[in-house]
Design a protein around this ligand. Sequence first.
Ligand SMILES: *Cc1c(COP(=O)(O)O)cnc(C)c1O
Length: 369
Amino acid sequence: MESETMTWAARAVPQTRGLHPYVPGKPVEQLLRDKGLSHAIKLASNENPYGPSPKAMEAIRHAAGEVHRYPDGDSRQLKEVLAALHGVTPAHILPGNGSNEVLELVIRTFAGPNDEVVYSQRGFIVYALAAQAAGARGIAIPEADGLAPDLQAMGQAVTANTKIVCIANPNNPTGSWIDNDRLQAFLDRLPSDIVVILDEAYYEYVMVEQGEYVPVRHPGLVLCRTFSKAYGLAGCRIGYAVADPDIVAVVNRVREPFNVSLLAQQAAVAALVDRDWVMERVALCNAERLRLESALAELGILAAPCRGNFVLLRHASAALILQRLEDQGIIPRPLGPYGMPDYLRITVGTVAENETLLTALKPILASLD
Ligand SMILES: *Cc1c(COP(=O)(O)O)cnc(C)c1O
């Protein structure tokens, strides 16, 4: 036996030190239990309030009859559908247990001790967590204006040790968006042998507003998309990357054989067939986002307009606002882990949910004046 003071944390690999688990949005069940409420609205994790297309639900019901079988470890059918959508071959597609797994796999495959991973400070927090867990050095570049990635500074931070640059576009939690011309100019200045993770979890919300745009190019580009947001399949856990087949092949060496469940594969294929249904809901969310933003602006608490299915508010008493909203069964997302304690991120809900939110916010803000 080790000494009495031995802890398992001390036995773990050094990169686990100083690492804290990801803090997700508070689950509805937890709030109901904590507050003794019977109903709550979760606006904390950017899920689609309308859920998945009926075709995806039907596919899940059908797949339920097959769950005693392992899924196709190669996700062949899904890869074919996605390849057609992106105009690439199935060998370019890397499906994962949520795009989160794809991000982790790619970071773990290309960055280890002494390697650097560059991202913006208020970029999606998973990049920092995954880089540290891989034993790599995370290089967090502050935003010039507090919200949008400083592309010039990020480019300058790239050294011979840099293996990966991560960028979310639109970014969560800041909602900033970089148009593809600026993004392409940034990519053109990066070395061709580094991996560029371009995380487009909210792509559909931009696409519906301005139409399909020319994809950016870089030899090491790993374009990540998810079914968790617009497609309403967050609970199924399914996302993917589009990348050079050599990148996909080497990441395949480290992934588990059956990383994407049977339900997830079939739900995603069906959801893609029903893309028009999905995009109608996305358009509805966008209209509601604009409505929420003008209401928040009128209340003087809009931090900045966002691209994505969420809004960002800023108030010195954000923590108090959070508490009062939770008291009434409304769950926004605090941004302390991003070093943004005076901000709240609020997912666009259904029309009725957004109404409830605004009705609750007004007296709370009045009481704080
Ligand atoms: C939600 C989100 C993801 C992760 O989604 P998955 O559910 O793991 O597919 C990735 N990137 C960003 C920026 C997100 O907001």
